[in-house]
Design a protein around this ligand. Structure first.
Ligand SMILES: N[C@@H](CCC(=O)N[C@@H](CS)C(=O)NCC(=O)O)C(=O)O
Length: 217
């Protein structure tokens, strides 16, 4: 069976989990600790997840390449990403979301069951180098939340009801996986149309974020 090495919170890893669900591909889950450098380095030579390992032992990374490879019939319309304008439009939107979403989520993700003390310290020290101390990010959370509404409006204007499409595509996996992390905030409410959109994607992918949470060794 195909094995997926992944971090529970990681949006790129969630992309692959969503694709497996949508494509009804059977897979073996290998939630991996963030400080575990050996596992990814042994598999691909790079400390980066997601990684899939196929039955023949070969392994690959890069979420979009993985999805393209497992989606034999192009059910997710991966070819849409060959349209440079559309690809840029989605990637630009994800880049705009990335700042506030990661500033809001990282200080909370580290306190979920996914992390132990060692992986928490590894993650925090790595991420704080770029973003500054987590406790200061938490203090600024209202500022980060206030950056989200115009981005949600932009996204909403493109939903038909999926991302510029009547059917679910790879673009919805890219968008939904990157927004999913915000559910870590119990007091945060997505605008209803965006919440409904995320639920539509979740249903199509039979996606259960918490399914693997308690499997992290
Ligand atoms: N372009 C890659 C990006 C994957 C990526 O950035 N993964 C992050 C986790 S979200 C990672 O493995 N980081 C390892 C580290 O920073 O130590 C993909 O689409 O798969």
């Amino acid at each position: 069976m195909i094995k997926l090495y992944h971090y529970i919170h990681c949006p790129f890893c969630i992309r692959v989990r969503m694709a497996f669900g949508f494509l009804e591909t059977k897979w073996e889950s290998r939630p991996t600790h963030y400080h575990d450098e050996k596992t990814p380095l042994d598999l691909t030579g790079v400390k980066m997840l997601p990684i899939v390992q196929f039955e023949d032992g070969s392994a690959m990374n890069e979420s979009l390449d993985i999805i393209k490879k497992i989606d034999h019939k192009d059910a997710l319309k991966n070819k849409l990403l060959e349209n440079p304008e559309l690809k840029k439009e989605v990637e630009d939107l994800l880049d705009e979301f990335a700042g506030p979403v990661h500033n809001l989520c990282m200080p909370y993700w580290v306190w979920t069951k996914e992390f132990n003390q060692e992986s928490r310290e590894y993650f925090q020290s790595k991420k704080e180098k770029k973003r500054g101390p987590f406790h200061l990010l938490v203090q600024r959370r209202n500022e980060f939340f206030s950056e989200l509404p115009p981005l949600f409006e932009k996204l909403q204007s493109r939903l038909e009801p999926f991302y510029r499409d009547k059917e679910m595509t790879i673009l919805d996996i890219m968008v939904a996986s990157h927004l999913w992390g915000l559910y870590v905030h119990p007091d945060f409410q997505f605008p209803i149309k965006i919440h409904e959109y995320l639920k539509r994607v979740q249903e199509q992918c039979q996606f259960d974020y918490h399914e693997d949470l308690w499997k992290t060794p």
